[in-house]
Design a protein around this ligand. Structure first.
Ligand SMILES: CC(=O)N[C@H]1[C@@H](OP(=O)(O)OP(=O)(O)OC[C@H]2O[C@@H](n3ccc(=O)[nH]c3=O)[C@H](O)[C@@H]2O)O[C@H](CO)[C@@H](O)[C@@H]1O
Ligand SMILES: C=C(OP(=O)(O)O)C(=O)O
Length: 417
């Protein structure tokens, strides 16, 4: 299996261009199914997940072309309404096609996404929304089958501000009869990006980015052109790369407003952070100060950056605590970091991190996407050589990570074997 070899690297320096956001582009690609026509998405990151989503749309009968960060989807001739296990099991976000299929064709059959390393990740809130909108939902043989005589707008309160449920319901509501109001909706920037795309297609979505989203259903949507927002999680990972190696990195193509909680934590830890209009410069501190982090839905500290920050805190000058409130099992990287010499103890939802002077290069496994990124970051400051395996996880979410880190001076290579 391919793996990544990282050796101790000096301070990383230079400029790095952040790619389009994985978590924004996946729902946007799903939303292209709402239109009887052609949509053009620009700034698309060349990631494994984007290819899986494209294959899923092709399976449904769409024509999809991807070249030079531009994805063109012709969803005119959809002739299948089912998403098989083989495709859904590769990526949870596949479940986001349920809302658009129900809205446009009144039916869908999708394999249950199942659990994954970071938690059980149920889909009850998605289904609660569809049922309230007049869909009949059955679960059989591991598939969720839904049909409706026509979706109707409804008031839907989400018990938790789930990103995926907010997106799926928003897409379903875009073509429903009447008004849907989502209360306690997720407020993530990716929700705003999706709402912008639906509106570019002729939809009527208001309030995205707040706790209450109002969607007035329209009769039909047309294809549209859209530019995906930059990836705040990729950006946060490179910010940690600057901090952990005590380097000086300028991120290009970022929206600083999306990274407020991340910048605040880095400043607390002693970094100098300079904001431009679409750039952020991070200068790492001489001594990394410990801090406490609690992950929360946006605008709180993002769970997707919890593992990279854990890598940074593991070499801070003192004790820190990380509380994970979003996913019940997102400390999978801890045994791997401890194998590299970190001193982290888990107590329920909390991790207590005692900063150590040095990490040691080791053989470690990327248990999930962000855990993999955290291990690469640790490898850059560990003595000797770190071998990160199962890197297909990392490739789900980071465009050219080896190339980008090398260009900043990291001693890193991908070994194909
Ligand atoms: C492709 C994508 O955009 N992925 C992101 C999305 O995942 P995703 O959309 O799956 O995350 P959710 O916001 O839905 O999940 C948050 C919490 O709600 C729970 N839940 C969710 C749905 C549901 O029906 N029932 C339920 O209980 C989940 O188990 C989890 O504990 O948001 C997460 C939270 O910011 C990020 O970590 C993921 O990177
Ligand atoms: C958990 C993540 O993604 P997904 O929801 O696609 O698994 C992530 O991006 O960190």
């Amino acid at each position: 299996m391919a793996h990544i070899l990282v050796r101790k690297s000096g301070p990383l320096k230079g400029n790095v261009k952040i790619s389009g956001a994985k978590n924004a582009v996946l729902p946007v690609i799903a939303a292209t199914l709402l239109a009887d026509g052609v949509s053009t998405i620009k700034g698309v990151p060349d990631l494994r997940d984007v290819h899986v989503m494209s294959d899923l749309l092709r399976h449904l009968g769409a024509k999809v072309e991807f070249k030079d960060e531009t994805l063109v989807v012709d969803a005119t001739n959809i002739n299948s309404y089912d998403a098989p296990y083989e495709l859904v099991s590769k990526m949870r976000a596949s479940f986001l096609i349920m809302g658009p299929l129900l809205a446009r064709f009144n039916r869908s059959k999708i394999s249950m996404p199942g659990g994954c390393a970071i938690g059980t990740r149920p889909i009850d809130l998605h289904l609660k929304g569809f049922k309230a909108m007049n869909a009949l939902v059955d679960m059989e043989h591991g598939y969720v089958e839904a049909h409706t005589k026509g979706l109707e707008g409804h008031k839907i309160y989400l018990d938790f501000p789930s990103v995926g449920a907010t997106e799926n319901i928003m897409m379903a509501a875009a073509l429903a009869d009447g008004v849907t109001v989502i209360e306690n909706a997720a407020e993530e920037p990716e929700i705003v990006d999706l709402s912008n795309f639906i509106n570019e297609m002729g939809g009527k979505v208001k309030g995205a980015g707040t706790k209450t989203i109002k969607i007035t259903g329209v009769k039909a949507l047309h294809g549209a052109e859209h530019i995906v927002i930059p990836d705040r999680i990729e950006a946060g990972t490179y910010m940690v790369a600057a901090a952990i190696t005590k380097g000086d990195i300028v991120l290009e193509n970022v929206i600083p407003d999306h990274l407020r909680p991340v910048m605040a934590k880095l400043i607390e830890m002693g970094c100098v952070v300079e904001e431009g209009e679409s750039t952020i410069r991070v200068i790492g501190p001489k001594n990394i100060m410990p801090t406490d982090i609690k992950t929360m839905p946006h605008p709180g500290f993002p769970t997707d950056l919890q593992s990279p920050f854990m890598a940074l805190l593991s070499i801070a000058e003192g004790n820190s605590m990380v509380i994970e409130t979003v996913f019940e099992n997102r400390f999978m990287n801890v045994p791997e970091l401890n194998r590299m010499g970190a001193d982290i103890k888990i107590e329920g939802k909390s991790a207590v991190i005692q900063g150590v002077k040095n990490l040691e290069g080791s053989n470690v496994v990327a248990t999930d996407l962000r855990a993999g990124a955290a291990l690469i970051l640790s490898g850059m400051v560990a003595e000797g050589q770190t071998r990160v395996t199962e890197i297909y996880h990392v490739e789900r979410g980071y465009v050219d990570i080896v190339k980008k880190l090398s260009s900043l001076g990291a001693n890193i290579e991908k070994i194909e074997d």
